[in-house]
Ligand binder design. Structure first.
Ligand code: FES
Length: 167
């Protein structure tokens, strides 16, 4: 009796330990998926080094609990002089990944070069401009500052202020 009880409690402990370790690994995996770029967060600012991004690559990072889409435009992608963030001669789309209709997270469809919102069919072009459906305006651009090959989200640098003034 005593042996079986202790075995049962050992099994319970072992299962709990495995579940805890599994849970921890899941959290780490989720974090890696969510925030794949090396970034440094401090006091509402998130610094992202874009130097390792490939042409046509999209990365999603988190800034103030919001998804931020960063797309490095490839040569065949239409540039948008009013919205592109230019770093080291490369053009990037940098937008808050929340649909401007009711706030769903659009998905990137690379073959169509669109961000598509599944909630009500809204679509945004490669620069985040609304081109179809109910979204009333382009995807919002977060305040940013450029430091060499790094993007600092949350700070209003001269490039961001110029962009806002021309919008
Ligand atoms: S929330 Fe995106 S289209 Fe409605």
């Amino acid at each position: 009796m005593a042996i079986s009880e202790s075995r049962r409690s050992f099994m319970g402990f072992a299962f709990g330990a495995v579940a805890a370790v599994g849970g921890a690994f899941s959290l780490v995996a989720m974090k890696k998926t969510w925030d794949p770029l090396p970034s440094v967060k401090a006091a509402g600012f998130t610094t992202v080094d874009l130097s390792s991004m490939q042409d046509g690559e999209l990365r999603t990072i988190e800034w103030r609990k919001k998804p931020i889409f960063i797309l490095k435009k490839a040569a065949d992608m239409t540039k948008d002089s009013k919205r592109d963030v230019v770093i080291d001669n490369a053009s990037y789309t940098v937008v808050i990944g929340l649909c401007t209709h009711l706030g769903c997270i659009p998905a990137y469809a690379p073959s169509e070069q669109l961000f598509k919102c599944a909630c009500h069919g809204g679509e945004f072009d490669i620069s985040g401009v609304n081109v179809f459906g109910p979204p009333p305006r382009p995807l919002d651009i977060p305040p940013f500052k450029i430091e060499g090959t790094k993007l600092v989200l949350g700070e209003e640098g001269p490039e961001y202020q110029k962009m806002v003034a021309e919008a």
